[in-house]
Write a new protein. Structure first.
Length: 698
């Protein structure tokens, strides 16, 4: 710990402060606090497996199930490529804990727990060490790094959850931070090639867990090492020693990986790496994804939330990093560490925002926020460093403040909206064979087509619809994607698709497509304005609807399972004899009423519904919003059908009487998670049997 928190021997203007007892004590206490918080979060986490068995709670999820499958295959010596989807590093870490654990006398229910906990604590220590290297003249910089990590982990439940649930990003995060910390050590002492070896080994070892993340760490580390040698006017022998140390580190990491990789895949790409390469990245997605993934997807997309709603310090961390890059502390070599670490953080964020298979709906539903696991504490560190160095260095205070605030003012005030798009080649339309014809194709990244369709979330998001151009078929998830938006299902390109015409074959067949409603060509646009992140109830943040609503009469009753099809938008399961389940955390209806019939009086909505309350689930909470305004909140603790009423002031309805109903449901669950052997993976929340429209009092 003493060496970890020791800054360079000398800082500008005199001796650097030594790592003090307060820093070491703080790190020791934080280690205990973080370990206890992790173990508690693990213990109380829903879906914690009862045993390392396939399909047991979270081992029934895709990635976690494949990790366990590979670990069990390694345990029995099974090298069948079908058992090893992902890189071998993470499953191998679980193999020792598939055996009976001393004292327990049985295997761990979650054999990935030790690797996750060690990675978490290693990341804490490394961030404290990185803080010392970034601000060598700042007293208690190590304590500041410790505080940054603890704050990031404990101030948002999603932070620790990303470490509790098994993900290969856990050990990858520790290796990324180790690579960057070792590079910072070498920058301070370029006559010690052992740090180049450590940085190279750690960076190359990331390949065993997350191949894409390797470049994010290794390239900045190599550039920082080269800069350190160049500015120290090192001899060619020093360059040679450093180069050999780096090559040796990479060779050792790759050699160890080859021992486990080659027996399974040979010298070819693994299926996972090949699939990831096909999906790839698209830099033209970056502006739109910054808004929909980082800030807020509304009003363009009806569900999901931006990453900074859970981790608001990401924006201030990026701003602080830029301020310290451009206005570093006085002294030689103070800018380069910030360029390396802050640049790595910014590049990682940009890289994953450009990833074609990262979407707003999946960010939280499928826990894809774990992609940014190492960015979260580093952004927290840069936020605190920015503030601390402004306080400590009066000379640069106001310029750093202005630069940081200016950066945030540039990054934050944006919204993503859905606009109608005239198509000179002709409007999209349904063909006689049931397929959707798009005469003008989708030549720009923002182009899209919305059509009326409904189904389960998985069917809408993962439906693998087929899209044909005259010369070839475009690949789902690589070239195009369908997502709930605009009051229906939106076909959006993941790369420009200029070859016309395009023909869409909607899949799966279980999707209910209303071909009687004309599809609409739209454009996904970014507009300057107050982001929905800051004022979620503003009328400008009501999810955009471009499809015409079905008109209903006051006094009518819709029996769900038979009559409600035309008003369904997104987040609904298939019809059943007695009604229909919501599927996912958000379900949307849209219809219109006659304002003349209402005569200024409120619209009364009466629902007959019941929640999904399997054993162990005590309540489901439902919030109903009409055109973006909350009109009712229900706490449902009884699984029997009951009446739910909401009063909607006529002023909340659209000028044409349109009403978009959003059921925001807290407490959805999959039947397969509670009933062994059940194939039902819908996220059930509320079973609606009927909806009656009434007229309220004056």
């Amino acid at each position: 710990m003493r060496k970890l928190l020791s800054p360079p021997a000398r800082a500008a203007g005199g001796a650097a402060p030594t790592a003090c007892r307060v820093d070491r004590l703080g790190l020791a206490v934080a280690t205990l606090v973080i370990a206890a918080a992790f173990l508690h979060a693990h213990w109380v986490r829903e879906m914690l497996p009862l045993a390392p068995v396939a399909a047991n709670n979270w081992f029934g999820w895709h990635d976690q199930g494949r990790y366990l499958e590979a670990a069990l295959a390694w345990q029995r010596g099974d090298l069948d490529v079908a058992r090893h989807l992902y890189m071998p590093g993470y499953p191998l870490l679980a193999v020792p804990f598939l055996q009976d654990v001393p004292l327990l006398g049985l295997p761990l229910a979650d054999p990935f727990l030790p690797a996750n906990l060690v990675s978490l604590l290693a990341s804490l220590w490394l961030l404290a060490g990185i803080a010392v290297r970034l601000a060598p003249g700042l007293r208690h910089a190590g304590l500041l790094g410790t505080l940054a990590f603890v704050t990031a982990m404990l101030s948002s439940p999603q932070s620790l959850d990303a470490w509790v649930v098994p993900w290969s990003t856990s050990p990858a995060t520790a290796l990324i931070l180790l690579c960057l910390w070792a590079a910072l050590r070498f920058h301070a002492a370029p006559d010690r090639p052992r740090w180049a070896f450590v940085a190279a080994f750690a960076g190359a070892a990331i390949l065993a867990f997350r191949p894409t993340d390797m470049a994010v760490a290794l390239v900045p580390a190599a550039l920082l090492a080269g800069w350190a040698l160049a500015t120290s006017r090192a001899s060619w022998r020093a360059w040679a020693r450093t180069g050999l140390a780096g090559v040796a580190g990479v060779a050792l990491a790759l050699g160890l990986l080859a021992i486990f990789y080659v027996p399974i895949y040979g010298f070819a790409q693994s299926p996972y790496m090949a699939g990831s390469a096909r999906t790839g990245f698209e830099w033209r997605l970056l502006p739109l994804r910054w808004v929909t993934l980082m800030l807020d997807p509304r009003p363009l997309l009806p569900q999901g939330r931006g990453l900074i709603s859970a981790f608001p310090w990401i924006v201030s961390g990026l701003a602080g990093a830029l301020a310290l890059m451009l206005l570093p502390s006085r002294g030689p070599g103070r800018r380069a560490p910030h360029l390396a670490l802050g640049g790595a953080m910014a590049c990682h964020v940009a890289l994953y925002l450009c990833y074609r298979d990262l979407h707003s709906g999946g960010m939280w539903l499928y826990f894809n926020h774990h992609y940014f696991k190492w960015v979260v504490p580093v952004a927290s560190l840069y936020t605190l460093l920015w503030v601390a160095l402004m306080a400590a260095e009066r000379r640069l205070r106001w310029r750093r403040l202005a630069l940081g605030l200016g950066t945030m003012a540039l990054l934050l005030p944006w919204r993503a909206e859905l606009h109608l798009r005239p198509d000179a080649a002709g409007a999209p339309r349904w063909q006689a064979d049931g397929r959707l014809l798009i005469p003008g194709a989708l030549p720009e990244m923002g182009d899209a087509v919305v059509f009326a369709a409904d189904g389960s979330w998985d069917d809408m998001f993962m439906g693998r619809s087929r899209l044909f151009a005259p010369s070839a078929e475009h690949v789902f998830n690589s070239d195009h994607k369908t997502v709930p938006a605009g009051g229906g299902l939106m076909l959006t390109p993941l790369r420009p698709l200029p070859e016309a015409p395009l023909v869409l074959e909607v899949r799966p067949p279980s999707l209910a497509v209303d071909r009687g409603l004309a599809p609409v060509a739209v454009r996904q646009a970014i507009v300057f304005g107050l982001p929905c992140l800051l004022r979620s109830r503003r009328s400008a943040c009501v999810p955009d609807e471009v499809l015409a609503p079905t008109r209903l009469a006051i006094g009518s009753t819709l029996t769900f399972g038979r009559q409600e099809g035309p008003i369904l938008r997104s987040g609904w399961s298939g019809a059943e004899p007695e009604g229909r389940w919501t599927d996912g955390p958000l379900s949307v209806l849209r219809f219109g009423v006659s304002l003349a019939e209402l005569g200024g009086r409120p619209l009364v909505l009466d629902l007959l519904a019941n929640p999904f309350l399997p054993a162990g689930v005590t309540e489901v909470r439902v919030r109903l919003l009409v055109n973006g305004s909350s009109v009712a909140t229900w706490r449902l603790v009884d699984g029997a059908p009951g009446r739910l009423r909401a009063i909607v002031p006529s002023a909340l309805l659209g000028a044409d009487g349109a009403a978009t109903l959003r059921f925001e449901i807290d407490g959805t669950h999959r039947p397969s998670e509670f009933y062994p052997g059940s194939p039902d993976r819908r996220r059930l929340g509320l079973f609606i049997r009927s909806l009656t429209l009434g007229l309220g009092g004056a």
